[in-house]
Each structure stands twice: as structure tokens, then as C-alpha cells.
Unconditional design. Structure first.
Length: 273
């Protein structure tokens, strides 16, 4: 009996390389979003949504020769050396548009899946609700109006933080009208009686902080807000960058009490330079 061996050869090779991925989540619940969000990227970048709902970064011109396989590949640029900034918006209007900076290339070492800059872990992108967003039944709802302390202009693109002690329990952004909705989940509700509707609502005291970046925020005259005349350029900010730089930004804060299932309106005036 004889055997004939044939040498195998590549008929066609298909390679799929990625630089990273984005996972957009609801800022209140952390739940991945399934609606049709839009991602705007600069020229030379190719981003596509996959079946899992992730926005996958396939190409970015400055990294055209960068390989994500790293098998017998030449050394590429340092991890995170070439940041890519994209815009994410929601055509339905439930979430506000925002900027996201993705530090690419990501760390390609498979043994380091846990670090936040791992190629094998998508970058989590919280999307903040618009003032018209839906509220959960047991959430506290902070409705805020942000104004310039000097002339009363509405301030869009203001970063908001809600703190219970030293812990940040919620974040949000203001729209071009200076209006913001910041839902706060997890406030306990205690029922002490079996009688229908006899419920005691537990309140918590929180600090509300507002930060405005004069370089990126939008200012709208109150007369235009009343007439519904939106500015040509809507506010578009990077909440992560603002939070990092918050110590040096114009800001305001107040202390309020929140209760589950209730809405509270707060007005804040921020002194601008």
C-alpha cells in the first residue's frame, strides 16, 4: 500500500484586524444600548457595528501599518500613543451627543485582559439621558437648569455629578437650553404598613456639582431658548476629559435631598470668567 502526500497551500487568505471597540451603555443602569446610535469619525477611520452591538474600530489612518495579530510583526507604536476622537449621537433624542477619545493602539497582550486599555476589552461609553428621556419607576430624577451667573445665558455641555458622601452616584450633561436630567437609581423605598399606598420614602442627602469648560460649552441667550432657536453648533463635550480637568474649571454646587420616585428641580448659576 502506498500513500501520496500533497503539500497544502493558501488559496485565499482573509485577515481581519481591529484596533479596539466601543460599547455604549446607559449611564444610569450600565445596560448596553441596542438602539441605532451614530458614530462620527475623522477621515481615515473605519468604524462598524457588529452583531453584538459593539462599534469596532477596523482602521485608523495613522495606524495603517499597525498589526493587531503581533505574530512576527514589527514593533508598532506604544500602547495608547495615537488617540482617536469620535462623536456618538442618538437620532431618537433619548441620549445626548458626546465625544469619546479612544487611546489606540490598545494593549494586545492576551494575558492582560483585565486592564482597561486591553485590546480584548471594549471601551465602555456611558450615554447620558436628554431632558426628555424616560425615567425608571423608583428612580429619583434631578431636573437641572444651568445658567451663567453674570448674564443668565443658558449653558450647554455642562458636566454634572451627584455625590453621596464621597461616592459619585450619577452623572449627566446639559443640553443647548441649559437643561439636564440626571436620574439617580438605588435610593431605598421602605413600606411599613400593609395598607395600600402607605409607604415611607427614605431620602438621602446628596451634593450636586456642575462643571463648565468655556472652551467647549455652548451659551444661548434666554430669548432664543424661549423661542426654541437652537444654536448652529450644539454642545459637544468629552465628559471624561472634563472630569479629569474639573478642579480648574468654573463650577457650582448645592446640597439637596433625593427620594425614590420623585422629581426635584434645581437651578445652578456658574460664575464664568
Amino acid at each position: 500500500m502506498s500513500f501520496v502526500f500533497e503539500t497544502s497551500r493558501d488559496v485565499e487568505r482573509v485577515e481581519r484586524r481591529v484596533l479596539g471597540a466601543l460599547c455604549c451603555v446607559d449611564a444610569t443602569t450600565g445596560t448596553p444600548l441596542n438602539q441605532a446610535l451614530r458614530v462620527g469619525a475623522p477621515a481615515g477611520a473605519r468604524i462598524q457595528r457588529n452583531r453584538s452591538g459593539l462599534f469596532v474600530i477596523h482602521d485608523w489612518a495613522p495606524l495603517a501599518h499597525h498589526s493587531s495579530s503581533f505574530l512576527n510583526a514589527p514593533a508598532g507604536p506604544p500602547v495608547g500613543d495615537t488617540p482617536l476622537t469620535v462623536t456618538i449621537s442618538d437620532p431618537s433624542g433619548q441620549y445626548l451627543s458626546r465625544l469619546v477619545q479612544v487611546d489606540v493602539p490598545r494593549d494586545p497582550v492576551s494575558a492582560s485582559v483585565s486592564p482597561p486599555n486591553s485590546l480584548f476589552r471594549p471601551l465602555m461609553v456611558p450615554m447620558y439621558p436628554s431632558a426628555a428621556a424616560r425615567i425608571g419607576p423608583n428612580w429619583a430624577a434631578l431636573s437641572l437648569s444651568l445658567r451663567d451667573a453674570l448674564d443668565g445665558d443658558a449653558l450647554g455641555g455642562v458636566l454634572l455629578r451627584v455625590l453621596n458622601g464621597s461616592q459619585v452616584v450619577a452623572r449627566g450633561l446639559s443640553d443647548w437650553r441649559g437643561e439636564a436630567l440626571v436620574p439617580v437609581a438605588g435610593i431605598p423605598v421602605t413600606t411599613w404598613s400593609a395598607e395600600p399606598g402607605d409607604v415611607i420614602v427614605t431620602q438621602i442627602e446628596v451634593t450636586v456639582e456642575a462643571f463648565a469648560d468655556p472652551a467647549s460649552m455652548a451659551r444661548t441667550l434666554q430669548v432664543d431658548v424661549s423661542a426654541g432657536r437652537a444654536p448652529l453648533l450644539l454642545p459637544l463635550v468629552d465628559p471624561v476629559a472634563m472630569e479629569t480637568a474639573r478642579a480648574g474649571l468654573p463650577q457650582a454646587s448645592t446640597v439637596v435631598s433625593l427620594a425614590a420616585g420623585r422629581r426635584l428641580h434645581v437651578s445652578l448659576e456658574i460664575p464664568l470668567p
